[in-house]
Design a protein around this ligand. Structure first.
Ligand code: AMP
Length: 193
């Protein structure tokens, strides 16, 4: 099976950003990191940028209107035959609905979802550690709690619907970066033609 689209998901701190970068390197996938795109936009002094900054810093999701604009603009820049790896998108049911419809309209149909999972206490531990290193404004104990709450209430139910709508792979994200990368590579190799 030739994957044309991979949805990489998992709770905050699961290491999906790191694994996405490894995959982009190894397999030439286009790494669509929604959080990074939004953080870059937030740095601009535009009206939209300011709105995004407020929402990110509060640990809330950015509105679907803005997400759809980012989707429209960014998608056009990606070659048709390049596999897109969405990292942190979709995050809720509405996003999954419009993203899947959009991709279908643009001729993409071989969807794989990969859930990189770690327990909640591990997420908390890793994010608090990252807070000391990266100084992200949204890595305070309150916003971390809020983002994990949104993950449980909105992202997890959405992922459960993707279990039926896409080819679904569960990966245990608790091990080392190298071991998790090996698990991911094994799972994807099974899908290679
Ligand atoms: P992340 O880097 O994936 O942890 O994302 C950081 C922040 O960016 C999130 O807490 C949200 O405020 C925003 N964000 C990232 N992806 C999305 C998305 N798909 N929908 C809405 N907001 C998002």
């Amino acid at each position: 099976m030739k994957i044309d689209t991979l949805f990489l998901s998992g709770p905050q701190g699961s290491g999906k950003g790191t694994q996405a970068r490894i995959l982009a390197d190894k397999r030439g996938y286009f790494h669509w990191e929604m959080g990074a795109l939004l953080r870059a936009e937030a740095k601009t002094e535009t009206e939209v940028g300011k709105k995004i900054a407020v929402l990110i810093n509060a640990g809330s999701l950015v509105s679907d209107v803005i997400i759809k604009q980012v989707l429209d603009v960014k998608f056009k820049t990606i070659p048709k035959d390049q596999t897109i790896m969405f990292d942190g998108f979709p995050r809720n049911m509405e996003q999954a609905d419009f993203l899947l419809a959009f991709l279908h309209e643009h001729g993409r149909k071989d969807f794989v979802t990969m859930l990189l999972d770690i327990p909640k206490d591990e997420s908390l531990k890793r994010l608090l550690l990252r807070a000391q290193v990266e100084h992200r404004l949204d890595d305070t104990p309150e916003t971390i709690e809020k983002r994990l709450y949104i993950y449980e209430m909105e992202t997890l139910p959405m992922l459960n619907t993707l279990r039926d709508k896409t080819y679904f792979i569960d990966i245990d994200g608790r091990s080392s970066i190298e071991e998790v990368s090996r698990l991911i590579e094994n799972a994807l190799t099974q899908l290679d033609d």
